[in-house]
Design a protein around this ligand. Structure first.
Ligand SMILES: NC(=O)c1ccc[n+]([C@@H]2O[C@H](COP(=O)([O-])OP(=O)(O)OC[C@H]3O[C@@H](n4cnc5c(N)ncnc54)[C@H](OP(=O)(O)O)[C@@H]3O)[C@@H](O)[C@H]2O)c1
Length: 466
């Protein structure tokens, strides 16, 4: 198996992909025959490239760095200096990849990971096509391509991107990554629902009143100002992570957890979403200056000279509903913001309150928490000792308390899925198309002349929805 990483010297490769591959290597979980080709422009020898990776790695994960195992890992890596704009470089790459098969009876799997800016996709696709890398093996299942978000900026640009992809690759070869889907708690959602009979019946409007998906950060835009200002919170976090978490938690539990069944169930949810009133049910905000953790922080506009006039949103709240009969009337809140009071990513299911016994209103809440730490909490009501009053108490499951292992990074888990050809944690074309169809009208409304975000003080907890 050969994994070619285009953009091997970039931030994603250096901070996420190579450290994840190294962790897997240390645990003996990489495919035995895996070879890694790192493709980028700058002139580096294999040794210099490994050195470059290890510098960052020691900074980030000094405690798990081991020189001997690192050197063994580096033996798997070849640095390939090339330019994505050069057809000749793609031809050279194709020759190199084909060499690996000359001694084998069959074609070894080839994976192309696009860890590059989307602006470089057209030339990369063109290079792949001209050097016929997509058909380097006779059977398409042996060749896979991995693409990262952003998947376009709206429905139109998504179609353009996707058309470029499907022009070359079959859908079964395409792995669209949303790294939230690789997180343990997220991978657990369907297992949890399937394995606990308490929850697998009536996971719908009969018992659930409201669903909140929150993706909140206390950090601001940081060093990503230019990229972020082009995309904003809606595209960067809601269209991708927020909608993925929502569709997974609302999806019909399939009779088996195959990729097709999971992805089709999620698509059905995404296609069913709607906003009743754009005016009243959508909030768009941008952070002003404020206080976080006791320290003053700048407003969004003050973060970078290019942001002074910006109307880009850093906060989104969408109140939505589903057209599916099973979810009729259930309130769905998608909330995501930067420079909020605290960091929190969670999915909360509020169960319906009923009064089965006079004077005792029922109430439960189930929370899948991804950040700041991963786990599941069930809020129960119990009678206070010695009193005839109820109190809400949390039953808490935390991975770190129960398993006492370092949770695998989302990229580790997703890379293993790619190696195995398991697409259940990757987004289908239909899911993305439905997500954009849901988001597009809101973006279009924001694009009108008089539309401005509400300015909120950094350190806010929420913005009020009408
Ligand atoms: N960084 C993250 O945390 C993160 C998270 C989620 C998704 N993503 C997505 O991942 C992708 C990569 O992001 P990134 O932050 O890693 O970008 P980056 O740091 O800008 O890296 C870009 C890479 O592309 C290479 N490159 C640029 N032009 C090239 C050319 N003409 N020929 C060959 N190589 C070229 C650069 O190598 P040389 O300079 O050596 O040529 C570098 O390795 C983007 O789609 C991004 O949206 C990133």
């Amino acid at each position: 198996m050969i994994l070619t990483i285009f953009g091997a010297t970039g931030d994603l490769a250096r901070r996420m992909l190579f450290p994840s591959l190294y962790h897997l290597h240390k645990q003996g979980r990489l495919p035995n025959d895996l070879e890694i080709v790192g493709f980028a422009r700058r002139e580096l020898s294999n040794e210099q490239f490994c050195e470059y990776l290890s510098d960052e790695f020691k900074n980030l994960y000094g405690n798990v760095f081991n020189l001997e195992s690192w050197q063994k890992f580096c033996e798997k890596i070849t640095y390939f200096q090339g330019d994505l704009a050069s057809e000749a470089d793609f031809q050279r790459l194709g020759k190199k990849l084909a060499e690996a098969d000359t001694d084998l009876q069959s074609c070894t799997d080839k994976i192309f990971y696009l860890a590059i800016s989307p602006d470089l996709y057209p030339q990369t696709f063109s290079g792949i096509r001209k050097s016929q890398l997509e058909s380097i093996c006779e059977h398409t299942k042996h060749v896979r391509v991995v693409v990262e978000k952003p998947f376009g900026k709206n429905l139109k640009s998504y179609y353009e991107l996707n058309n470029n992809l499907i022009d070359i690759f079959d859908e079964e070869q395409i792995y669209r990554i949303d790294h939230y889907l690789g997180k343990e708690t997220v991978k657990n959602i369907l297992n949890f629902r399937a394995a606990n009979p308490l929850f697998f019946n009536d996971w719908n409007k009969n018992t659930i009143d409201r669903i909140d998906v929150k993706v909140m950060e206390s950090l601001g835009v940081g060093t990503r100002a230019e990229y972020y200002d082009e995309y904003g919170q809606m595209r960067d976090l809601v269209q991708s992570h927020g909608l993925q978490l929502l569709s997974l938690v609302m999806s019909e539990l399939p009779d088996e957890l195959t990729a097709d069944k999971i992805r089709n169930s999620k698509t059905e949810i995404l296609q069913s979403l709607y906003v009743e009133s754009m005016e009243n049910d959508v909030v768009r905000g941008q952070y002003g200056s404020g206080i976080i953790d006791g320290y003053p922080v700048k407003s969004y506009k003050e973060e970078h000279e290019k942001l002074v006039e910006s109307n880009t949103e850093t906060y989104v709240h969408i109140k939505a509903h589903s057209r599916l009969e099973t979810w009729e009337g259930v309130e769905i809140n998608l909330i995501s913001g930067k420079r909020m009071q605290s960091k929190e990513t969670s999915i909360t299911l509020h169960f319906k309150s009923q009064e089965r016994v006079k004077g005792i209103p029922s109430k439960n809440k189930l929370i899948f928490q991804l950040q700041p730490s991963e786990g599941i909490t069930l809020d129960l009501q119990v009678k206070k000792p010695g009193l005839n009053e109820l109190e809400v108490v949390p039953m808490v499951f935390k991975y770190q308390d129960n398993f006492r292992v370092l949770l695998p990074d989302a990229y580790e888990s997703l890379l293993l899925d790619i190696f195995k050809g398991n697409k259940s944690s990757f987004i289908s074309n239909e899911e993305l198309e439905a997500s954009w169809k849901f988001i597009d009208p809101i973006l279009e409304l924001w694009n009108t002349e008089n539309s401005r975000p509400v300015i909120y003080p950094a350190g806010s907890k929420y913005l009020q929805i009408n």
